[in-house]
Design a protein around this ligand. Structure first.
Ligand code: FNR
Length: 362
C-alpha cells in the first residue's frame, strides 16, 4: 500500500497499474486479486478473448465532433467501477478513496455488499449498490432500504456466486480473508448445520441461495432500477427480463466463480442478439485497456465495468490512482475510436472487426 499517494512516474497506460500493484501489495493480497477460480483458466480466457478481437483501421473521416457519451444515463463515458469487496485490503481509505475518484471523473461506482465501509459512508453523485442476497428476505430488504435511503441510483444483484470456492492461486499464496463486511455486522448468525447425509454445497450453501422467485420478489419491493450481474446465457438473459430486470451485466465474475466458464466476451453477442438493441447491457471480465472497452462495445455492450484495475490503481495511488486509471482508459478508448473512424459509441457498434465471437456461440 502506498504511504503517501502521488502518481507514479512510470505509468504509461492503464494496465501499468497491474505491474506496480504487484510491487506494492503483499504477495497473498495480489494473488487474491489477480487470481480466479480453480486454475485461473477463465481469467486467462477473458483476456485472450478480448485480445483476439482485431479492430480494422478506418481513415480520413472528420471526427472533430467525437465524444464518448454513453446512452445509459447520458454519462460522459462508458466506464463503470465494478463492485470490488473489502477495499481496505488495497488502501486505508478503502471505498471512500474510490468514491472520490468516481466523483472526480464522472464515473458510476458500484459499491459491494462486502465493502469495508458501511454503504452510508461511501458518498458521491453516482453510486449503485451491488447486492448479495442474504439468508433471509428481510435481511436482503434491510440492505435495499439502506441503499435507497443513502441515495444509491440502482440495485445490482449479483447472481453468479451462490457458492464460492477460493481459487488455487489465492490459496497457494496463503491469502486469508477473514474480514467482516461492515454492512453485515449486525447480521444474525446463519444456521449451517447439516443433517446426516446432507451435502455442504446443495443443502449447505445453496439452502439460502436466491432463485428467480427472489428476483421477482425483489423487483416488487424496490422502485430503484434492478440490474442482474453475472448473466452468461441468452436464456437466462430472457428470464431476467421476464423477472423484471432493467439491465444486465454480462460477466463471469472476472473468472472468479466457475473456472470452466467461457470468456464473458464470447457470451456477449448472443445475449445482445437475444435482448435486442435497446436493452441496457454492461460487460465485465478482462478489461485492461481502452481498446478492450471498444471491443466490448463493438460486440454489444453499452458500457463496461472495471474490477481488478480498480483494485490495482487504488493500491498504488489511492483516489489519484483510480482517477488516473479511468482517465487513461478514456484516452485509450478515444485514440482507438480515432484510429477506427468512430465518433461515438453508436459508431463503435458498427465497427469493422476480425476474430469476433459470433452471435450464435455461447
Ligand atoms: C470482485 N468482484 C465482485 N463482484 C461482485 O458482484 N461483488 C463483489 O463483492 C466482488 N468482489 C470482488 C473482489 C475482487 C478482489 C475482484 C477482483 C473482483 C467481481 C467484479 O465485480 C468484476 O465482475 C470482475 O472483477 C471483472 O473482471 P476484471 O475487470 O477484474 O477482469
Amino acid at each position: 500500500m502506498a504511504d503517501n499517494d502521488a502518481l507514479p512516474a512510470n505509468i504509461h497506460c492503464a494496465r501499468d497499474y497491474e505491474d506496480l500493484a504487484r510491487q506494492v501489495l503483499k504477495a497473498p493480497t495480489f494473488a487474491h486479486v489477480a487470481g480466479g477460480a480453480g486454475r485461473d483458466t477463465a481469467v486467462a480466457a477473458n483476456l485472450a478473448a478480448l485480445e483476439a478481437v482485431r479492430i480494422t483501421p478506418r481513415v480520413l473521416r472528420d471526427l472533430t465532433h467525437g465524444a464518448t457519451t454513453c446512452r445509459l444515463g447520458g454519462r460522459r463515458h462508458p466506464i463503470w467501477l465494478a463492485p470490488v469487496a473489502f477495499q481496505e485490503l488495497f488502501h486505508a481509505g478503502a471505498e471512500r478513496e474510490t468514491a472520490r475518484a468516481a466523483a472526480a471523473t464522472g464515473t458510476c461506482m458500484v459499491v459491494s455488499t462486502l465493502s469495508s465501509l458501511p454503504l452510508e459512508e461511501v458518498t458521491g453523485p453516482d453510486r449503485w449498490f451491488q447486492l448479495y442476497a442474504q439468508p433471509s428476505r428481510q435481511a436482503t430488504l434491510d440492505l435495499v432500504r439502506r441503499a435507497e435511503s443513502a441515495g444509491y441510483g440502482a440495485i445490482m444483484l449479483t447472481v453468479d456466486a451462490p457458492v464460492h470456492a477460493p481459487g488455487l492461486t489465492s490459496l497457494r499464496a496463503g491469502f486469508r480473508g477473514g474480514l467482516t463486511p461492515a454492512n453485515l455486522r449486525d447480521a444474525p448468525p446463519v444456521d449451517t448445520s447439516l443433517a446426516p447425509g446432507e451435502g455442504r454445497v446443495f443443502q449447505g450453501f445453496l439452502r439460502h441461495a436466491p432463485t428467480w422467485a427472489d428476483v421477482e420478489w425483489l423487483r416488487g419491493h424496490t422502485r430503484l432500477p434492478l440490474w442482474l450481474k453475472g448473466i452468461m446465457h441468452p436464456d437466462d438473459a430472457r428470464t431476467a427480463r421476464e423477472s423484471g430486470a432493467d439491465g444486465l451485466v454480462v460477466s463471469n465474475h472476472g473468472g472468479r466463480e466457475l473456472d470452466a466458464a467461457p470468456a464473458s466476451l464470447t457470451a456477449l453477442p448472443a445475449i445482445r442478439a437475444t435482448m435486442g438493441s435497446d436493452f441496457p447491457l454492461l460487460f465485465d471480465g478482462g478489461v485492461r485497456s481502452g481498446q478492450d472497452v471498444f471491443r466490448a462495445i463493438a460486440l454489444g455492450a453499452d458500457g463496461v465495468m472495471i474490477g481488478r484495475l480498480q483494485a490495482y490503481a487504488l493500491a498504488v495511488a489511492g483516489a489519484l490512482g483510480v482517477g488516473h486509471m479511468i482517465k487513461l482508459l478514456r484516452e485509450e478508448l478515444e485514440v482507438c475510436m480515432a484510429l477506427s473512424g468512430c465518433a461515438s459509441l453508436a459508431d463503435i457498434a458498427q465497427a469493422d472487426l476480425s476474430g469476433r465471437p459470433s452471435a450464435g456461440g455461447n
